[in-house]
Each structure stands twice: as structure tokens, then as C-alpha cells.
Design a protein around this ligand. Structure first.
Ligand SMILES: [Zn+2]
Length: 823
């Protein structure tokens, strides 16, 4: 037994060193200069994050998890695919109901299996999707239940499930919220490392409510990032929190109670509140209420929890949601994802929720433990910070990604990592970088520097002084962050070695990324010690002294002084705005000089742009057309400073208008500057209904290639869209047979009998059409005229009636379709 486990350990070491070697040699150390200096951070953030996280995750050898289950799965889907193609060929030869039914049945089976595969293994699912050409070969009845290549724009919602026992099982979840607040599950084949509420355009395969994405720069366009804006910070001040307690009832009707109200009060409004109050220097505190327990048979469902609490809670009064389910569900891995249990799950930042009190924006956590190391950690995610890892570089004394191993969650000195200290009941402060991300540090407490002597104040205390020194590394994907810790408050009794020097973190020059603590030799760089960076930047960090109230640090480097502009969109908030034609709008931006010298002559240019699809192939290439609308000079910006700027533009006709802002300065390190995008949906007032399309198909939903015959059952396809700002509720569509009378001035269509009427809600959306499939059997031959009426009290489109005409051919023998095919 022991021998066996030693063998396994050895094997793991060999395997993991293979991954270290394979990844770092091939990808991590390849020349990132192009990415950083060229297209750079703004455009390629997603890609870069991904590479880094992939690198970190690859160190675990995460790749083969659940491979056996998958093999079974994809075999099933590929068999169903083959069956479907075969049945379709059969149906294309003989159009009959039996063949169609058979096709529909197999397709439904395939749909379910494909959705399961999308969830479990997006990479495999991508191999088994039908492309557009293949899909078009099937009848419409089948196509509607097949994946469809679409472009989906919306706000990304990100959740993270933490399994502290087996960190490698921890996992991201993604949803995209469209502009009508519909939620679509996103299954990317790689992690999308952005912060929740970033606005994106995703090119993927949609099946029901699921979107499968092959993540690359073509398929994932970042339209705007959600980062900390200088003007408003939702993470500061009172955090109105609702705690929902959920009891679990299993299939044998046994009740497993969650924690008591007293325990919940203590866990959230005492312990977690104290923790965040201290971490934020009194800038953040939690207030609120506890409701429940509610009994449920659904384990770990945030939707179920919110639904049950809805009758007791006015969700408009809260922006943080904390749900407790019993620990029993954790012990038995009943709350799990693909078989892996978790301790807590959280949104990274806020999501939208539909409640009885209306649409709300709130972050949430679902906890299976009441300990602060879980509740506090999950709240960290709610405030937008990621994990604190530990980089083990084998006592190198310098940082060389190629030679380091990553211990996920392994930073013992941050609640976002905390491995090692939590077993002792200790919950150290968030590191300085994480405090910056949440917004606890002011501009004066953070510096970007490449050389000089500085005093670092302990991060546990508020007030004046530098808490975070960042050393930007112009030609690297990481930077260094320095901080100083003292045994104060939550940082008391952690480890004596933590307090006698300066801590070094490897961090990223943008938000939403993990941090990694690096031990040069011991935990800190101690007085008299020097950390040396062996890159071209040749950074030397020397700690001169570290006494209780401050540490003195000297930095030397060969980095050339540079300015570097970074920017985010403040308004429109999620990169999306709805307006009416001919209105003047103002865009608000926050620009930040993350370099070390003044950025000179900052020029902002506003463009309208469009993507044009060049060809319709599976990986349809797009072309990009831009038109300059305005240009303005915003002067200079000192190193480390923010500036809020406004740009005005005038909207034109109703449609989706896409805008691009480019900001650059004369001496910006990133030559391409900042690029930010947003969309303006210019709509009509009220509801504005129009007919998009009206055409005929046969009863099997196949395109008619010749006019229908008398008594032949056909389908009228009516396709309507609403270009207004409001939903057209209960809009009525009526179709009449009509007679035409013409005079020299034109023709007139007189309705003679109603053949169809239906009522439904038509949502506002310029791009989305609503289809009606209506059955109709023409009774006489010759020209047939139909009129169509769209009625809605709020419809502002003056054109309410539409006409359609087509020929009907005589059919001598009264025969049914069935007879025709049986002959
Ligand atoms: Zn976590």
C-alpha cells in the first residue's frame, strides 16, 4: 500500500514536472513582447489572462480530470450525429411524416446529449457540432433544435466554485446576460479570465440556453472591462447584505438543518464584518438581515434560495446575498459539479437577478461552511478579488517562471489563499494588491516605481504612507508588488517570519487576476537582503530596514522611465446604452497613467465601427470598418494619476451603433494606446413593430420551390421585430384573406375573412425577430392575397398593414399529401 502511494507520488512529480517543462518552455517563455507592446493589455487581456492561468493550472496537470466519463459521452454524441445524417438523407429522398418524426426524435436525443457534453467537456463538444452548412441540410423542424452559430453580445457573469480540499477541482462558471436580461450559460473551452460585468461579444454555438465557445481573439471580443472606476466604488461603504438560511430535505424526507440564526449572525455580521472593516480601514461594513431557514429538496441552488426568500425579502434593499446550506451537503459532496464537491461558490462581482421585487444587481455567495476562511474568502470574490497562490521557485533567489511551481490557494497570508493558516483558525489580511483591487487603498497609498528609496507602512493600518509599491515590468506579463506586514489585528500570531521583512508578490498589471506570493529565500526579503531579477529589467530590491512602524526599501533597475495609459469606461456603465434618435450622449472614461513619468498630450478619438462578415465559413472572417466622429486633446497626466474625461456624440437612426474610443499620448509605452468599445442601441419610442419577412413553406417546413396547390397544407412564416424601446405586450397578429381592386392610382386590398389571429409579447430588440409558423390551406387556385395586421396599443409604427400575394395552382384530383407520397 505504502509502496503504491510512493509510486503514485513519484509519478505525479514526473507528470507535473513534464507539465512545467512542456508549458513553460513552449508557451510561457515565448516572446510576449508583441502582446504587451503591440496589441497590448487592452485588446488582449482575455488572452493573456488565459495564458497565465493556463500556465498556473497546467502546473497541476489538471488536464485529464473525468476523462473516462467524457469518452463515453462523446461516443454517444458522435453515434447520434451519424444516425442523424443517415436519417436526414432518407428524409430528403422521401418526404413523409414518419421519416420526419424519426429524425426529430433522434435529434431531440442528440440535443440532450450534446448539452450534457457542452457542460462537461466543451473541447469535445466543439469537435461534434454541426457547422452552418451541415445544419442547413436539415429541415427547419430539426434545425430549431440543433446548435446554431451566433454572435451574442452581453454582460459576462462569472462565478467561482471553491474546493479547498482539492484545489484542482475549483472551477469557473460563466453566463452571458443579453440586453433583455436573458441569461445564457456559456461553456468556453478555456477559462475566460475577466471580471464579472465585463461586456463581451461571443461567437459560438447556441443550443437552447447554452453557448459553446472556442475561446480565441476572434470568438471573444472584449467590448469593455469592468474594473474599479475612480468615481464610484460599490465595494466601499455600507454593504446591505441578506443572509438566507436553507435546510435540506433528502429523498427519504430526512431534514438536515443549516446553521442557526445565531451562528449566521456571528459568522456574517460579526466575524466577516469585523474582518472587512479592519481590512478596509473602516471603509466597508456589512449590515442587513437573516431570513429562513427554508426547507428545500434542491441542494445548493441560489435561484431556489432567492425564490423561497422572495416572499419575506424586498431584494431591492440588498446588494450582497449570502446563502447557507448545511455542512452535511459538503461532507457528502451532495453539492457538486461533475462529482466534485465544493465549500463555497460566489459570483466575481455583481450579477443581475430577477426577483418579485424587480430586477436587482447583487453579488452572491453560497456557503457550506460557516468559518470565516470560507465566508470571508467568498465575500472577497463578491468584491472582485481572485485567489492568492504561492510560487515555489526552489529557493532560487530570483523569479524565473520556468523554474517555479504553483501552489493554488497556497498563500498562507491572505484569506484568498490562506492554506496553512486556516487550520489554526487564523484569517490574515488581504494582500496589498487585493486591497487595491477592491478599492481600500487610496491613490497616495500606491506607487509605481522603478527606482528610489521608499518607506513602506504596514498594510494593517490606515492613514498616511505607502502600502503598496508596484514595480512595472514593461516587457513582461507580470509586475512585482511589495508590502509590509505587522502583527496587528487579524494579522496577529500568523508567523514571526512574516513581520521581519518585506513581502514580494508576483501580480498582474491589470485587475481580475490571481496574485502569487514568492518566497525569495524565506518568507520575506529581510533587512540586508537583496532580491535580484535576472531579466533585462535587472531589478534589485534591497530591504534596508524593517522596524515596527515602517520598512525601508531601495529599488534599482535598468527599466527606462515610461508612461503607460490604462482606461475604463464609466458610462455607459456596462458598455451599453439605449437611446432615441438624434440625442446627444456623453461617454465618461477614467484614464490612469500606470507608468512612472508624465503622459504627454493625451488624445481621445471616437469612432463608429462595424464588423462585416467577409465569408460565411465556419470561422467566418470579419472585417472592421471605422469612421472617425470626433477628436479631443486632454492634455497631460502625471504618473500614477487618474483623470475622468467626457466625450460627446450624437445618435442617428434606429439600429445598433457600435463605437470605439482610442486614447493615446505622445509618449505612451503601449503604442496602440487604449481601446474601449461600447454599443448604443438607438430605438424608436414606445414599441415599434415591423414585418421583417413573410414567406411560404410546405407542411414539413421545407422551402417551397413552386407555388402551392389547392388543398395543399402550407406554412405561412411571418417574421416580426420590435425596434422600439418598450416591449409590445399582448400585440395581436391577424391575417386575412383579401380581395384586390385596382384603379389607375393604385391597388386596394379588402379583407374578406380572418384566417388567423394570435396574441403575444414582442420584446424590444433590433436584432431579434419573432417567427410565427401558421398553417394555411388554400381552397382555390389563382392569385391569392393575404393582408396582415399588427396591432398593439403602443405601436408607434404608422405602417400596420402588410400585403402578401402568391399563386396557387389548380389540383384536379382532390388528394392529400399522404396519398401523393404513397403512390
Ligand atoms: Zn475562491
Amino acid at each position: 500500500m505504502q509502496k503504491k502511494s510512493i509510486l503514485i507520488v513519484l509519478l505525479l512529480i514526473i507528470l507535473s514536472s513534464y507539465f512545467v517543462y512542456a508549458y513553460s518552455a513552449k508557451e510561457f517563455l515565448q516572446d510576449y513582447k508583441e502582446l504587451i507592446t503591440g496589441k497590448a493589455v487592452q485588446e488582449n487581456k482575455g488572452g493573456l489572462f488565459e495564458e497565465i492561468v493556463d500556465f498556473f493550472k497546467s502546473l497541476f496537470g489538471k488536464k485529464n480530470v473525468g476523462a473516462d466519463i467524457r469518452r463515453e459521452q462523446d461516443k454517444e454524441v458522435s453515434q447520434l450525429n451519424e444516425q442523424l445524417v443517415y436519417l436526414n438523407e432518407k428524409y430528403q429522398q422521401i418526404y413523409n411524416k414518419q421519416n420526419l418524426d424519426e429524425l426529430v426524435e433522434i435529434n431531440n436525443k442528440r440535443k440532450q446529449k450534446t448539452i450534457e457534453l457542452m457542460q462537461k467537456d466543451p473541447n469535445e463538444a466543439l469537435k461534434l457540432v454541426f457547422d452552418e452548412n451541415e445544419r442547413n441540410k436539415f429541415p427547419l423542424e430539426v434545425q430549431k433544435d440543433m446548435e446554431e452559430k451566433i454572435v451574442q453580445e452581453g454582460k459576462l457573469e462569472i462565478r467561482y466554485a471553491d474546493d479547498f480540499e482539492n484545489p484542482k477541482n475549483s472551477k469557473y462558471y460563466y453566463d452571458i446576460i443579453d440586453d433583455n436580461f436573458n441569461k445564457i450559460n456559456v461553456y468556453p473551452n478555456k477559462n475566460i479570465n475577466l471580471v464579472s460585468n465585463s461586456r463581451v461579444e461571443i461567437n459560438g454555438y447556441k443550443l437552447e440556453n447554452n453557448l459553446l465557445v472556442d475561446v480565441n481573439n476572434e470568438n471573444l471580443q472584449i467590448l469593455s472591462l469592468n474594473e474599479k472606476a475612480e468615481e464610484t466604488n460599490e465595494n466601499l461603504g455600507e454593504q446591505r447584505t441578506i443572509v438566507i438560511l436553507m435546510d435540506y430535505v433528502d429523498e427519504n424526507n430526512v431534514l438536515y438543518p443549516t446553521i442557526s440564526r445565531e451562528d449566521a449572525q456571528k459568522a456574517i455580521f460579526e466575524e466577516a464584518n469585523d474582518y472587512y472593516k479592519e481590512n478596509s480601514y473602516g471603509k466597508t461594513w456589512l449590515t442587513g438581515n437573516i431570513v429562513g431557514p427554508y426547507k428545500t429538496t434542491k441542494p445548493c441552488s441560489e435561484y431556489e434560495s432567492i425564490k423561497l426568500a422572495d416572499k419575506d425579502v424586498n431584494f431591492q434593499n440588498y446588494e450582497r446575498i449570502i446563502i447557507f446550506y448545511p455542512f452535511y451537503l459538503r461532507q457528502n459532496n451532495i453539492c457538486n459539479i461533475g462529482g466534485w464537491g465544493y465549500d463555497g461558490i460566489s459570483s466575481l462581482g455583481k450579477n443581475y437577478w430577477s426577483t418579485e421585487d424587480g430586477l436587482i444587481s447583487a453579488s452572491y455567495s453560497l456557503n457550506l461552511r460557516k468559518d470565516l476562511w470560507v465566508t470571508g474568502h467568498e465575500l472577497g470574490h463578491q468584491f472582485g478579488v481572485m485567489h492568492a497562490n504561492l510560487l515555489d521557485c526552489n529557493n532560487l533567489g530570483y523569479f524565473e517562471p520556468d523554474l517555479c511551481n504553483l501552489d493554488y490557494y497556497g498563500d498562507p497570508f491572505d484569506i484568498m489563499g490562506n492554506e496553512g493558516t486556516r487550520s489554526r483558525g487564523l484569517n490574515p489580511h488581504l494582500n496589498a494588491y487585493n486591497k487595491e483591487v477592491i478599492g481600500y487603498l487610496s491613490e497616495e497609498e500606491i506607487i509605481n516605481q522603478i527606482e528610489g528609496e521608499f518607506d513602506l507602512k504596514p498594510i494593517e493600518l490606515g492613514g498616511d504612507g505607502i502600502k503598496l509599491i508596484k514595480i512595472p515590468m514593461p516587457n513582461k506579463i507580470y509586475e512585482y508588488s511589495l508590502e509590509y506586514r505587522q502583527p496587528i489585528g487579524f494579522d496577529k500570531d500568523i508567523d514571526d517570519k512574516l513581520y521581519d521583512g518585506v513581502l514580494l508578490h508576483i501580480t498582474m498589471p491589470w485587475h481580475g487576476a490571481d496574485t502569487s506570493l514568492y518566497y525569495p529565500k524565506d518568507i520575506t526579503i529581510k533587512p540586508g537582503e537583496v532580491f535580484e531579477d535576472h531579466s533585462d529589467n535587472d531589478v534589485k530590491i534591497k530591504v534596508l530596514s524593517a522596524y515596527g512602524s515602517y520598512a525601508k526599501v531601495n529599488i534599482e533597475s535598468k527599466i527606462q522611465p515610461f508612461s503607460r495609459l490604462d482606461g475604463i469606461l464609466i458610462e455607459p456603465k456596462w458598455g451599453f446604452i439605449e437611446t432615441l434618435p438624434n440625442t446627444i450622449n456623453t461617454i465618461k472614461l477614467s484614464i490612469h497613467n500606470t507608468g512612472v513619468i508624465k503622459a504627454e498630450n493625451i488624445i481621445a478619438k471616437l469612432y463608429r465601427y462595424e464588423f462585416i462578415i467577409v465569408n460565411n465559413s465556419k470561422n467566418g472572417a470579419t472585417e472592421y470598418i471605422e469612421e472617425l466622429l470626433s477628436e479631443e486633446n486632454f492634455g497631460n497626466l502625471d504618473a500614477g494619476e487618474y483623470k475622468i474625461i467626457g466625450l460627446r456624440y450624437n445618435t442617428d437612426e434606429p439600429r445598433y451603433n457600435k463605437y470605439l474610443i482610442k486614447i493615446n499620448s505622445e509618449n505612451n509605452f503601449n503604442e496602440d494606446g487604449i481601446k474601449l468599445r461600447f454599443t448604443n442601441r438607438v430605438s424608436y419610442e414606445g414599441a415599434y413593430l415591423s414585418l421583417a419577412n413573410f414567406y411560404l413553406r410546405d407542411e414539413f417546413n421545407t422551402r417551397l420551390d413552386k407555388p402551392p396547390k389547392v388543398n395543399q397544407k402550407i406554412l405561412l412564416i411571418v417574421d416580426i421585430y420590435n425596434q422600439g424601446l418598450e416591449t409590445a405586450q399582448n400585440s395581436t397578429l391577424s391575417i386575412y384573406e383579401a380581395e384586390r381592386t385596382c384603379n389607375p392610382y393604385g391597388c386596394n386590398y379588402q379583407p374578406i375573412g380572418k384566417i388567423f389571429e394570435t396574441t403575444r409579447d414582442l420584446f424590444k430588440d433590433l436584432n431579434r425577430e419573432v417567427f410565427y409558423n401558421l398553417e394555411y390551406t388554400p381552397r382555390k387556385s389563382g392569385k391569392t392575397y393575404l393582408t396582415l395586421e399588427l396591432n398593439h396599443p403602443n405601436n408607434r409604427n404608422p405602417q400596420k398593414e402588410f400585403y402578401y400575394e402568391f399563386d396557387v395552382q389548380p389540383n384536379k384530383r382532390p388528394s392529400s399529401i399522404k396519398e401523393k407520397y404513397e403512390r
